[in-house]
Structures are given as C-alpha cells and as structure tokens.
Design a protein around this ligand. Structure first.
Ligand code: 2HG
Ligand code: ZN
Length: 479
C-alpha cells in the first residue's frame, strides 16, 4: 500500500532518549583522537548548515583521523547511547549533516591521506575526507577525471558525496554514482569496520552492499574509504548557451541535442529568466546575452576530438537557430567564456540565497511536467514570493527555489505540502539528488510503500541497532 498525500507538515520533534555528554565522555574522546580534535568552542561552522537556516546545539565536534579512531568512537557511543551526526564538507542542502538537538558531530575531514589510482583499470581508492576538487586535481595529473562534478566541489568530500547520493552536472554523460562506486569501508553504528564490495569493475558474487551507502545520509554508518571507477579526462570540452522563448522549445532542443551530439553530450542545464535576473541583481556576473530571455540552456560536450566535437556542436547550434527553436546562441571560444557560462548556472543557488529567506526544493519530474511546477507555484503564490527554477533538465531534475523578504510562517506551512503533493501526483520524486535530511523529514514516506519502509527500517536496525546515527532524519524510527 502506498502512503497517501499529506496536508501539512505538523510533526513537532522531541529529543530522543539519548545520553547527555559528560566530562568523562569528553576525556575518553580526547584520549582517542587527541585533545585538539575534540572541539567544544567556536563550533558554529559545524552546528549550522550551508543555508544558515538549520542549527543544532551540539556540545562537541570529534575529528578522527582514521577508520580505527572512528570505530573506537562509535563503539563507545553505541554502548553509552550517545547520538551522533556524521558530517563531511557540510555543503548539503537538506540539513542531513546538521544536528537537531545535542547530537555530537563526527567530522570526516581529517580522514584524508590515502589516494591510490590503479591506472590500467581506472580504479581509484581514496579516503572519504578528501575534497572532490582535490581528488579531481590529482587525477588530472594522470589524465583521469572524477565522473562526478558539482558546484560544491571545492568543499564537499567524496564520502559525503556518496552518503548524499550526489548527482551533479555530468550525470547525463557519465551516469550516477551507482555506475562508479565499487566498494567502500563503512564503520557501522556498533563501531564495526566493514568492507563492502571491492575494487573490481565486475563482481556479481552477492548483494551489491556498497550501493546501500549511496544516499544513506549517515544512517548506516560512517564511510571512511571509497573505491570507485574514474574516467579518462576528455581531450575536448566545449560549451554553448542558447536563449529560448518557451519551455516546449527547451524540450525540443533537448531531443535535438541528444540526436545531434549523441555520446559527447555531457550537460544540458536550464536557467529560467527570473533566475538569470536574480543572478544579475545579486552577483557581479553579467548575462552573456544582451537582451533578457525566458529560458537559457547551457550545453556542454566532453569528447576526444576537438574538431569533430566543434563541428557537431556548431551544427546543433545552427539547426537550433535555423529551426527557430532558439532565439540566440553563443558558443564559448575560450576557457574564460566557458567559465562565465558555468558561473551563471553554478552561482544561481548563491544568488537565490542572497535574495531573501529561501525555501529550497530539489525534485525529479517527468519532463512534460518539469516546468509546470514552477508555473503552478508562481500562480499559487502570486506576489507573496519570488519563484526561481534552474536545474539539470537533461536529468529531469528541477531546483525550484522560492524566496520572501523575511521568514513567512504561513507560506512555509503551505508551500512544502503543495509542492510535494504536486510532484508525487505527477509521477515525480520529492528528492532528486539532495536527499531527505531534516528539511524533508515530514515527507520522507510520501510515495513509498509500507513494505519498502519496513524493509528500510529493518536494514537500519542491522547496521545501527542502537539507533544512535543521525536520528530524526531520513529513516523513520520504530515508534
Ligand atoms: C545545483 O545543481 C545544486 O546547483 C544546488 O544541486 C541546487 O541549491 C540548489 O537549489
Ligand atoms: Zn543540482
């Protein structure tokens, strides 16, 4: 049976029956990780999320440097029933890594020493605390690339990317993390160190347990090491931007791009006209088109032959203009121009965050409904709020962002149920790539069957029987 639609988010939370941290607990942690890595002061950067809208009141942050130290901490916490929230780069957008009450924060940022690339197979094993951009930089020296790329690459950590089930801007070309993850080391909620999967490209001997960690949001354990397939660094990366007058033309352009660009099509991103104005209002970046338009598409190709790829991209842009599917089109002729185009898209979330109090959504929708959600939300809210849409059109992933001048409690109560009910009733998902965390907690069962929820709860019980890991979030507890 599927759970029915919700009317409003009313759940009020109370602190779980967890132990409070004592001075003897702190002494134990100091002996385990060293006193400099048990932080009890100036910890706002850890207790508060990226949007600065969610904040907990943890008393301490633990920063272990290894899998073994992580295991010692979790064994102790399980025994004492101390609640723990796992935090990587703290760039998540749903508060999954942010405490709600006084959970201790376990940061993976010091587990960042090991990096080994097996060049013949393109299999990389790296510590979970390594920052995505740093890993990509090290791979570039060997002619390889991280298949995953996202706006937060300068701060997010690879283990956090796996736990968040990050999608990013190249999924269209290289596939999701499910195509790349081969194995990982997980310290479960009892402190047991478990190697999941391995390092082979093909291994069909049992359940693909490592994949359980993708999108697990710290519910099953702490990921301390990751083994994944990486891809050859493309020799040619080309980029173009189109200005478009209607959403239906955007969809026709997506089909045209798929057929004309084929295997080299890497990104197909949408920025709507309101978002572009918002970027120009709040950031020192100019639209690359002189006139405003209703939609902008950012298209990137990754390939191995610049002349060949350039010909294909030019043909695509010419056909788009010739068939009047696009009003204007520009190809990037330098790395600076390409960076400019990407800044418009990647800094859209930053501009929206500067626009006022923000209500963020990250949804998957069948393409026919992708932009209707934005139109319906605008119709519903009228002048009460500003509504922005940008996202990964090629993946059917819309980032709807709504802003108001100040926090509006009434709007908050109405908006999420409206958006999520609309999404589910139009065949979509309430989280495409950002997860559930604390932001979507009240809606986490929407569209899921009771049987699936019960299976998920049972799995949680196997990995974290004391339910100390990341409470109050993605997985409903037994009560
Ligand atoms: C992106 O695609 C990120 O830019 C963030 O997933 C989206 O903040 C957002 O709305
Ligand atoms: Zn995104």
């Amino acid at each position: 049976m599927r759970s029915s639609l919700i009317r409003s988010a009313t759940t009020s939370l109370t602190r779980g029956n967890f132990a409070k941290i004592s001075s003897s607990d702190l002494s134990f942690f100091e002996r385990t990780v060293g006193s400099s890595y048990v932080k009890t002061k100036d910890i706002d950067n850890y207790t508060c999320d990226w949007t600065k809208q969610m904040k907990g009141s943890s008393k301490c942050v633990l920063i272990p440097s290894s899998t073994e130290e992580t295991s010692t901490i979790l064994k102790y916490c399980a025994e004492k029933r101390i609640a723990v929230v796992v935090q990587a780069g703290n760039t998540g957008l749903v508060g999954g890594a942010t405490p709600l009450f006084d959970e201790i924060i376990l940061s993976t940022s010091r587990i960042n020493n090991n990096f080994h690339l097996e060049e013949s197979s393109g299999v990389l094993t790296l510590d979970a605390g390594i920052i995505l951009a740093d890993a990509d930089y090290l791979l570039a020296e060997k002619g390889f690339m991280m298949p995953l790329d996202l706006g937060a690459k300068g701060s997010c950590q690879i283990g956090g990317c796996i736990a968040a089930g990050a999608g990013g801007i190249r999924l269209l070309r290289y596939g999701s993390l499910h195509s790349h993850l081969l194995g990982c080391t997980l310290v479960d909620g009892k402190g047991t160190i478990i190697k999941l999967g391995g390092s082979l490209r093909k291994d069909n001997t049992s359940l693909h347990t490592a994949h359980l960690t993708i999108g697990s949001e710290g519910q099953l354990g702490v990921i301390t090491s990751v083994t994944m397939g990486v891809v050859p660094r493309p020799i040619s990366i080309l980029c173009a931007m189109l200005a478009v007058s209607s959403y239906s033309h955007c969809l026709r352009l997506l089909s045209l791009a798929r057929s004309k660009l084929g295997e080299i099509l890497s990104s197909f991103e949408l920025i709507d006209g309101e978002t572009m104005k918002c970027v120009e209002r709040h950031l020192p970046i100019k639209n690359i088109f002189n006139e405003p338009h209703d939609f902008y598409l950012l298209i990137e190709t990754h390939g191995s032959n610049g002349d060949h790829d350039g010909e294909k991209l030019n043909e695509f842009v010419e056909e788009a203009l010739g068939a009047e599917l696009a009003e204007d089109g520009v190809a990037a002729h330098s790395e600076n121009e390409r960076t400019h185009m990407w800044r418009l898209r990647e800094e859209s979330p930053i501009a929206a965050a500067k626009d006022g109090y923000i209500y963020k959504f990250d949804v998957s929708l069948p393409l026919e409904h992708f932009y209707r959600l934005t139109e319906e939300t605008r119709k519903k809210l009228g002048t009460r709020a500003r509504v922005y849409c940008y996202g990964h059109l090629g993946d059917g992933n819309s980032h709807l962002n709504v802003t108001t001048d100040g926090e509006d409690e009434e709007l908050k109560k109405e908006l999420s149920p409206f958006v999520y009910n609309w999404v589910v009733s139009h065949g979509g998902s309430i989280s495409a790539e950002h997860g559930i965390g604390q932001l979507k907690r009240d809606y986490r069962s929407l569209g899921k069957s009771e049987e699936e929820i019960s299976l998920i709860r049972s799995l949680k019980g196997v990995f974290d029987p004391h339910r100390i890991l990341c409470p109050y979030k993605m997985i409903p507890s037994q009560e």
